[in-house]
Design a protein around this ligand. Structure first.
Ligand SMILES: C[S@@+](CC[C@H](N)C(=O)[O-])C[C@H]1O[C@@H](n2cnc3c(N)ncnc32)[C@H](O)[C@@H]1O
Length: 214
């Protein structure tokens, strides 16, 4: 005969088992080896950042112990999955923004394949709007969308940047003329230390790395 105690134990057991199964489904563990191979085999499109630049972004995030990052311009998520690995190791979060729904869809698929859904969030929309809507503070920014709008992107996120934040801007050599205002700002402002690096020769281009002093 089933007593109320038997019933209660059965219900609790079912809830615990269901929860465990759901959690197991949601946290697909992906090995470091799988991730390395996924990045190696990644079918990059022309818009994607280079392998060397993506590695530098990952190293900057990890070595800076960065906890909260935003990427402006996801494309298919090559930069996002590389930075995502470092943010996951730091116990942090990355938000990546793109105006193109197809890019966001592919980024989400690549983030899921890497098992980084809990760390990387892809948001669809014009960054000139979505950046303004982001809440909280950030300590890492990667700017890689419309070249003439770099300064606008920085100005939108700047009030949310912590002292010690790192801001990386891509394509600053080949698209220098389109982002003169951005480069002048980060190179002359007393609030930033800025240098330009070429981590890869693949596109004959470079990235500006700015450290926010205060
Ligand atoms: C150079 S790709 C980004 C590459 C990417 N960071 C990576 O690591 O592979 C630039 C992306 O910016 C997006 N984009 C252009 N204008 C935008 C805007 N106003 N807001 C958000 N994304 C934008 C484009 O759709 C494109 O996917």
């Amino acid at each position: 005969m089933k007593t109320p105690w038997h019933m209660a134990i059965a219900i609790v057991g079912t809830v615990i088992l269901g929860g465990a199964l759901l959690a197991a489904q949601q946290t697909r563990k992906v090995s470091d080896e799988f991730r390395r191979q996924f990045i190696k085999d990644f079918k990059r499109i022309g818009l994607n950042t280079t392998v060397g630049d993506a590695a530098l972004l990952r190293i900057l995030v990890e070595s800076g112990r960065c906890k909260r990052g935003v990427e402006v311009g996801s494309a298919t998520g090559f930069g996002a999955i590389n930075m995502g690995i470092a943010f996951e190791r730091n116990g942090g979060q990355l938000i990546t923004l793109d105006i193109d729904p197809a890019m966001i869809k592919t980024t989400r698929e690549n983030v899921a394949a890497m098992g980084l859904e809990k760390t990387v969030t892809a948001i669809e929309g014009d960054a000139l709007k979505t950046l303004a809507e982001l809440k909280g503070e950030f300590d890492f920014v990667f700017i890689d969308a419309l070249k003439p709008d770099y300064l606008k992107y920085l100005k939108l996120i700047e009030p949310k940047l912590k002292a010690g934040a790192v801001v990386v801007a891509d394509n600053v050599i080949r698209s220098e003329r389109q982002m003169k205002d951005y480069l002048e700002y980060v190179q002359t402002s007393p609030n930033y230390d800025t240098t330009i690096v070429r981590a890869s020769v693949e596109k004959n281009d470079g990235m500006a790395i700015s450290y926010k002093l205060k």
